[in-house]
Structure formats: structure tokens, C-alpha cells
Design a protein around this ligand. Structure first.
Ligand code: BTN
Length: 318
């Protein structure tokens, strides 16, 4: 049904029923389900139904063709779902079976998308990118130091390919645009943390979020289609993969040092007075970039301290 309506044109109930081989009543039921997905369906009296503006649905073919051969060769499998609980959860279970390495898994909708620090990630149908990438590494977690920050740099670089303006990073790996959160990253590890381990990199990005769905987001958010309309999700996914696959391929050799300078260039809070909250404790200081290991550096009363976890905000904003 969505593939037909994705063109944004008017389709009669009869034509929809005929195309899908179902009754008018079944068409009606499916149309109602679309509204539950948060899609705004227009019903035009005597003519039929349409999705205003259409939908740019995810397509493996379009992603592969935009990805090109060299990066495409690094990808073992691309899996597209219409709906899942969480792309990270699905990929973690593939990892457990030893089938997740070099796999990218995307979904049009997540019913239980997960964010950092136990938050939910809102992912309504077709209104963003919900992407997870699985990678196995030898050498334990210490060679993954700073990886989540490097992933932030890769996303910023993918957005730069489309000239998205004012993209910045908020430690450790939020991607901001015009001072609001556009994209978030959730890294999850599995396996032997001292030897062969697997990482699932989950990326969520808002693109075409409708305000009814966005009402549940508890922080200032940005949406790609508002900032720079017309960017195709398929092309952006391909650009993200083109940045991320080589990063993952080379990370154990290159490490965070290959990305630190770029991260610092994009630092949203550099030189500003910030508060860091970690557990029940808070610290206030001046943000002074990140260490070789990707730790946040805070200048507290003239002394530099490094932090590996927590959440920062501008002082006075928590
Ligand atoms: C954050 O809190 O900023 C991280 C958000 C990560 C969301 C992405 S969407 C794809 C993947 N699947 C999930 O359940 N979460 C991540």
C-alpha cells in the first residue's frame, strides 16, 4: 500500500484494492493503519486517497547504487525492514549468531527505538533514518577507544556532502544542527571485551518528522527536511555508509587520533561554560575539547579534568 501511495498521487480505493488484490474493506483497514503510523493521509471526495508530498521510501537498490563499488564491497549485507522494535536489538541478535559483521540494518519505523542513557528514540514511519551497523574487532575494547566520537565525525562528513549548514558535535556523539539535536548514536558492545568483540553502531537521524510525533521528544530537536529540504534518505544512508565502512575497516590501526582534530573543529561547546552530569554528580567547568582517548576535557578552577561518561549542557540549562 505504501509503495503505491509513496508517489504522492491520488489513488482510488478501487484501484488500491485491485493492485493489492484485496477488498475495499481491507483497503480501508490498511489506510487506517497508516494513520496509526503517524502518516497524514488525505481523502479526496469521489477520487481517492493520497499522501501529500509522497514518501521517499528506503530502497536497497538506490542505496547500493549511490554507495559505489569500493564502499559497497565492504558491506556484506544490507537488510531493510518496514518495522522492527529496534534496529540495534535486531543486529545484536544477529551478532550473537555470528552473522552481524559488516551488516547494515535499516527500518522505516522502530516501535521501541532506544537512545542513550535509557531514553527512547522516536522513529515514526519514513520520518528519519534508523540505521545499525555491525562490526567485529580483534584486540578487545581498548582499540575501540573514541570510536563513538569518530562515528559522530563520520555522520557530520556525510551531511557535509549535501552542504547541510551549521553541523556541530556535542560530546560524546550527538550531531547538532543550528543548535539542536539532529542525530544521535548508540554504541553497543558484545562478546569478549579483552579479545574478539563485536560492536553495533546505531544511528538515528530526524528527517521529515511530523510535529505530532515530535511532541514526545524531550529536548530541542532539528529535522533535516526543515534545515535542507529535498535530501534523499537513500542517498544520505549511502553517504553515511561510505564514511563509516572505511572508518570501521581501519579503526584498529588508525584509532581516534585520525579523527580527533576533526572532532575538535566541530565541537559545539568548545570554550563555553558547561555542566556535566554523571550519575548523581555534577561538575561545572569550561569545555576544553577531547583527549586522545575521546574523554571530555573540562577546565575546572584552572585544572584540567578528563571525563569518560555523562551528559553535558550549557551551564544553567539543566
Ligand atoms: C541517542 O540517545 O542520542 C542515541 C540514539 C540512537 C538511536 C538509533 S536509531 C537506530 C538504532 N536503533 C535503536 O534502537 N537506537 C539506535
Amino acid at each position: 500500500m505504501l509503495k503505491i501511495l509513496a508517489d504522492g498521487e491520488v489513488h482510488s480505493g478501487e484501484a488500491l484494492g485491485a493492485a493489492l488484490g484485496v477488498s475495499r474493506a481491507a483497503v480501508w483497514k490498511q489506510l487506517q493503519k497508516l494513520e496509526q503510523y503517524g502518516l497524514v493521509l488525505e481523502s479526496i471526495k469521489g477520487q481517492g486517497y493520497r499522501l501529500p508530498g509522497g514518501l521517499d521510501l528506503l530502497s536497497a537498490e538506490k542505496i547500493y547504487s549511490a554507495l559505489g563499488e569500493e564502499s559497497g564491497a565492504l558491506l556484506r549485507k544490507l537488510i531493510l525492514f518496514d518495522e522492527v522494535d529496534s534496529t540495534n536489538t535486531r543486529l545484536l541478535s544477529l551478532m550473537e549468531k555470528g552473522e552481524g559483521h559488516a551488516v547494515a540494518l535499516l527500518s522505516e519505523r522502530q516501535s521501541a527505538g532506544r537512545g542513550r542513557r535509557g531514553r527512547q528514540w522516536i522513529s515514526p514511519y519514513g520520518a528519519g533514518i534508523s540505521l545499525s551497523i555491525g562490526w567485529e574487532f580483534n584486540g578487545g575494547v581498548q582499540c575501540l577507544e573514541g570510536l563513538s566520537l569518530a562515528v559522530g565525525v563520520a555522520i557530520a562528513r556525510a551531511l557535509a556532502r549535501f552542504s547541510v549548514p551549521d553541523v556541530r558535535l556535542k560530546w560524546p556523539n550527538d550531531v547538532w544542527c543550528h543548535g539542536r539535536k539532529l542525530s544521535g548514536v548508540l554504541l553497543e558492545l558484545k562478546g569478549d571485551l579483552t579479545d574478539r568483540c563485536a560492536v553495533v553502531i546505531g544511528i538515528g537521524l530526524n528527517s521529515g518528522l511530523r510535529s505530532e510525533s515530535a511532541a514526545a521528544i524531550d529536548q530541542p530537536w532539528a529535522d533535516l527536511q526543515q534545515v535542507k529540504p529535498g535530501i534523499s534518505r537513500n542517498q544520505l544512508v549511502a553517504a553515511m555508509l561510505a564514511e563509516l565502512l572505511p572508518l570501521l575497516q581501519n579503526y584498529t590501526e588508525q584509532g581516534f587520533s585520525a579523527y580527533r582534530e576533526a572532532w575538535m573543529q566541530l565541537d559545539q561547546f568548545a570554550g563555553q561554560k558547561v555542566t556535566l552530569q554523571a550519575g548523581t554528580q555534577t561538575w561545572s567547568g569550561i569545555a576544553a575539547g577531547v583527549s586522545e582517548k575521546g574523554a571530555l576535557k573540562l577546565n575546572i578552577d584552572g585544572e584540567e579534568q578528563h571525563f569518560h561518561g555523562g551528559e553535558i549542557s550549557l551551564r544553567g540549562q539543566i
